[in-house]
Write a protein that binds this ligand. Structure first.
Ligand code: SAH
Length: 251
């Protein structure tokens, strides 16, 4: 019986992989992975390492979560080191908790290797700090997968009325509903919002706009994409340090 590592792969830039994740990926007998922001991580594996793709897109699982849990479990019984590799951090909308619990309930050892979550690092590469003295003293990371207006919504929209930064993951396809809902709870139509596509990679694209115009202006942006709402978005004009275009010319 082996051990399973619930491992974060970071947001896309290969160098944002932690030293700990880098080490365990090289030692792995089996790597069970999603559609990764950076598939180059898999090239680090030793020869003979088995790869199992259990991909999901925008929160929609191609393979049901229960089946993924079972795949991790079975492989950990049969191998020494199993790496369950997930985008960003495994416990931020990564269902790592469910996988850990499944293993725990069956007496299987596991460890968690946190990753650099897209929720913070993707805005950072777009020159947007999630908090800033005098501008935002808190931030919230919310699933954008749940359409606003849905019955029995688990999102407390009224709690988003304050000045805190709001970050939506998995929300690109609900962007129009999200921006409308934020106007409905009282945010001005010209309130700052940005959509960041393929953040931290050479293909990073950032659109800065207002709640009223963001849908029109961000047309064509591809997933994975993150939505960030708040006055911190305005700081980008001075903090836009990541020159993705220039970087791709060098490569
Ligand atoms: N566990 C992951 C999040 C999984 S949910 C983490 O901690 O980052 C998947 C969502 O993350 C995507 O729909 C998107 O909103 C966001 N995301 C992940 N990588 C991204 C990237 N490189 N650029 C923009 N958004 C990203």
């Amino acid at each position: 019986m082996g051990i399973a590592y619930l491992t974060g792969s970071g947001p896309g830039d290969l160098e944002l992989l932690t030293l700990k994740a880098n080490k365990i990926v090289q030692e792995a007998d089996v790597i069970i992975y999603d559609r990764l922001a950076n598939p180059d991580i898999l090239k680090k594996a030793k020869s003979g390492c088995k790869f199992i793709y259990v991909g999901k897109e925008d929160g929609k699982h191609i393979i049901p979560q229960e089946e993924i849990n079972e795949i991790i479990y079975k492989n950990t019984i049969e191998n020494d080191i199993v790496v369950r590799l997930k985008g960003g951090d495994p416990f931020v909308f990564g269902r790592g908790g469910e996988e850990g619990k499944y293993l725990h309930d069956r007496g299987i050892d596991f460890e968690v290797i946190p990753g650099v979550t897209s929720a913070i690092s993707v805005p950072a590469y777009a020159g947007i700090p999630v908090t800033h003295r005098g501008v935002a003293v808190s931030f919230k990371v919310i699933t954008g997968h749940e359409a606003p207006g849905k019955e029995h919504s688990q999102i407390d929209w009224d709690s988003l009325k304050g000045d805190g930064t709001i970050i939506f993951l998995m929300g690109l396809h609900n962007l129009s509903k999200i921006s409308r809902k934020l106007i409905q709870i009282g945010k001005p139509k010209d309130f700052p919002i940005a959509v960041i596509s393929k953040g931290t990679t050479k293909e990073q694209k950032v659109v800065v706009s207002t709640l009223e115009n963001i849908v029109k202006e961000s047309k064509g942006l591809k997933t994975p994409a993150l939505i960030i709402v708040g006055n911190v978005v305005k700081l980008r004009k001075d903090l836009d340090w990541f020159k993705s275009q220039k970087k791709s010319e060098q490569n």
